[in-house]
Design a protein around this ligand. Sequence first.
Ligand code: NAD
Ligand code: UDP
Length: 316
Amino acid sequence: MRVLITGGAGFLGSHLCDRFLAEGHTVIAMDNLITGNTDNVAHLAGHERFMFIHHDVTNYIFIEGKLDAVLHLASPASPIDYLEYPIQTLKVGALGTHKALGLARDKGARFLLASTSEVYGDPQVHPQSESYYGHVNPIGPRGVYDEAKRYAESLVMAYHRSHGLETRIVRIFNTYGPRMRLRDGRVVPNFISQALRGEPLTVYGDGAQTRSFQYVDDLIEGIYRLLFSNEAEPVNIGNPGEFTILAFAELVNQMTNNAGGIRYVDSRTLDDPQVRRPDISKAKRVLDWQPTITLEDGLQRTIPWFRAELQKRGEL
Ligand code: NAD
Ligand code: UDP
């Protein structure tokens, strides 16, 4: 297959590039580098089946030759990123998804949208299954991201229903692993880099809010299976293991032998979803997928990567 991966220089996009190349496919990664970095795909430079195109997908996308699949991952993804780039986030969810869908239609390619558990907002149903419509504040700080993804899902289904386009929607729950940006502000890079520096971990609010963390390799496997399935409606891909942020902080401190402890801060509690856990029965049923990597195992694989990054930057 010849596949286009938008957001291909990002954390998840670059892991998808690796997977598709490893399976023998040809990969075109497209990215405007707003939150991504070519370092994530530097190891692919010169690969005969890999190409990188610097382009903003909110503008018309031109690709020469055939395409079998378009995987649309382009979008700022961490809260501090989409709060810094609110309009770009709305544009890439709306205009970028439209351009990527138009390209897929033109090429007769299958289309996959990277959506998010944020479509469930601050959920009033727990755990979240795909049938839950969500509880989102359109004008809250997170609204720019949540509503962009909700609109994107709507647009994908309209292309599927009106044009018969083969489409897939993955609702991704919190994913972590190597290549996350040290300063993307998400809880995993924040806690690991604070712990490795011997600093206290910054727990927002009282730390009673929960998240369910999945290791990147599990997600990539789920996305790969979804693309090749026949499921046009959204599928949750996440790890149902649910932790309070406080318990997660304690685990990171324990695994890094950090004596720095915990510092409670009040910096970003606005709109923070209080709970989040995927119901993955649909993924089990239609993809025969479930996560295989526990949080401890995933952190064992991730901590050394952050240590090496901090050392490279002279911060350790
Ligand atoms: P990331 O910021 O590392 O990657 C996103 C990439 O998209 C970046 O390389 C960025 O430069 C690129 N991009 C943004 N706007 C663009 C534009 N207009 N044109 C071209 N490229 C553009 O974030 P990530 O964690 O790898 O997230 C990838 C996708 O997965 C996003 O769509 C995100 O919403 C979704 N997602 C991620 C998670 C997670 O936990 N990591 C959870 C839910 C959904
Ligand atoms: N969080 C925290 N300290 C940090 C960063 C995040 O306590 O330094 C909390 C945040 O308030 C949220 C959870 O960790 O409840 C996950 O935040 P993240 O930004 O990783 O992703 P979200 O799931 O909120 O999009």
